[in-house]
Design a binder for this molecule. Structure first.
Ligand code: SF4
Length: 468
């Protein structure tokens, strides 16, 4: 199987996106989209072409089923993984069973929304399960085009908040640098799917300089997020240049990196990258695990390397129909993340993006998931469920409703088991709150130390007990 991958010559192309003037016409290997929309559908001979070599055993799983003859040195090399991404139907059909109908559908979808899957991520697919959660995130689905009239191209209105090309400044103290549109894996639910048709680009030196210049002039910005595409597709030296320039700006306190590499190509998190990042902290990394099957030993080891380099890792999951839309799956995912020392940070309602409607589920589902987790597992394992509003309205957290009623005196609240409790409201505005005298604070410390004390009195309003 692999032989056919290895036999294929790595294509090198000069890419100058038509609709993005000014982007680097850089050499990109194995360009994601190589077909024009006018091309003929594949001939039947291509559709039915199957791998001639048999895998070693039908029982083999993961890497050893798909890529059994790749040496370790290649498998662990992120550049090998990146060069050998599966980017065409012809490659995919050699690896996982696809009916003729599925092949025709994938071909049709890929004309508008291309595919790109790393060998590592593909090896996580169970090829015998058409509903495999990894497969659904990676392999094109006909509903991407059959339902594409639903949704918006740019629901978060990122273009409107671009202050210079590539720099989004929406919130007062944060700015987002979009450095490239290249990703090692093209997630079928991507919010920036609109960028895929522009080919593969990275920002030019001049564009980077104008972003840095904006950051230098705007002293309110204290938090810069490097995003894409995936910013870790840039070489470590190129990234270091950008990060070091940001670090020279005194008012920038933290740098965040948004990347899916730990999930789809954990080999990228190598010693060279970690050493570089460790020199420019504080740097936080937000990644994007969606399913417990993605939290593999390789992915956990990549997160561990980041943590050892002083880079805290948070996770942002997207709620996806048929992939992770159950309490059981989300609980397993978040517990697996905690074991890998990754904090479950956000659970995002899938954005209203054209070509993703089949993967979106109701907001109530997300709220029910949080309700089914809160109290039943560690609070640290429960992410914030948020909706990112259209037209740049920003993120809004949505919670189950635990407060049944509330007035100045008390709240009626429901706990995680559905039991109802009264809770006295100490912040009532029509009552004076008595502060404990200093001596009372000292005495309460004595009380905590379990020394014999005598009750002197009580400040009833807030039940502050003063002892002597
Ligand atoms: S990694 Fe992020 S930006 Fe890249 S395709 Fe996936 S969701 Fe989109």
């Amino acid at each position: 199987m692999l032989r056919s991958v290895e036999k294929e010559k790595v294509k090198t192309a000069s890419v100058a996106p038509k609709s993005q003037p000014g982007h680097t016409p850089e050499k990109i290997t194995n360009v994601i989209c190589t077909k024009s929309e006018n091309e003929e559908p594949p001939s039947k001979s291509i559709l039915v072409k199957r791998i001639e070599e048999e895998p070693p055993s039908n029982q083999a799983t993961g890497r050893y089923r798909f890529f059994w003859n790749v040496p370790d040195s290649s498998w662990k090399d992120w550049k090998w993984q990146f060069r050998n991404r599966i980017t065409s139907l012809e490659q995919l059909v050699k690896l996982i069973p696809l009916s003729i109908e599925e092949q025709a559908q994938i071909y049709a979808v890929s004309q508008r929304y291309p595919l790109s899957i790393t060998p590592y991520y593909l090896s996580l697919i169970n090829p015998d399960d058409p509903d495999d959660p990894i497969r659904k995130q990676a392999v094109p689905c006909i509903h991407e085009i059959s339902m594409s009239s639903i949704g918006l191209e740019d629901p978060l209105a990122e273009k409107e908040d671009s202050v210079v090309p590539g720099l989004v400044h929406r919130y007062p103290d944060r700015a987002l640098m979009v450095l490239t549109d290249i990703c090692p894996m093209l997630c079928r639910h991507c919010t920036r799917k609109r960028e895929w048709r522009h080919g593969a680009w990275t920002r030019t030196d001049a564009e980077i300089e104008s972003m840095l210049d904006y950051l230098r002039r705007n002293t309110d910005i204290r938090d810069v997020i490097l995003s894409g595409g995936d910013p870790l597709t840039l070489s470590t030296s190129h990234l270091e240049y950008i990060i070091s320039k940001i670090r020279e700006i005194k008012h920038i306190e933290i740098i965040r990196i948004g990347t899916r590499f730990p999930v789809v190509l954990p080999q990228r998190i190598d010693a060279e990258l970690c050493n570089m990042l460790s020199r420019y902290g504080p740097i936080w990394l937000n990644t994007h695990f969606n399913h417990p099957n993605e939290v593999t030993p390789e992915a956990a080891a990549a997160c561990d390397r980041l943590l050892r380099a002083g880079v805290p890792v948070n996770n942002q999951t997207v709620l996806l129909r048929g992939i992770n839309d159950s309490v059981e799956t989300q609980t397993r995912l978040c517990q697996s993340l905690l074991k890998a020392k990754v904090r479950p940070y956000y659970l995002f309602q899938c954005d209203e993006v054209q070509g993703t409607e089949h993967l979106r589920t109701s907001v109530e589902t997300g709220i029910k998931i949080i309700e089914g987790m809160r109290g039943f597992t560690s609070g640290l394992a429960v992410p914030n469920f948020v909706v990112d509003l259209v037209q740049g309205g920003g993120k809004v957290p949505l919670q189950p409703n635990y407060v049944l009623s509330m007035n100045n005196d008390e709240l009626i609240v429901k706990n995680y088991e559905g039991k109802v409790f009264r809770y006295r409201n100490p912040n009532s505005q029509n009552r004076a709150v008595a502060a404990p005298p200093v001596s009372g604070v000292v005495e309460s410390l004595l009380a905590d130390a379990d020394l014999p004390v005598k009750v002197k009195g009580e400040a009833d309003a807030d039940r502050i007990i003063i002892r002597s």
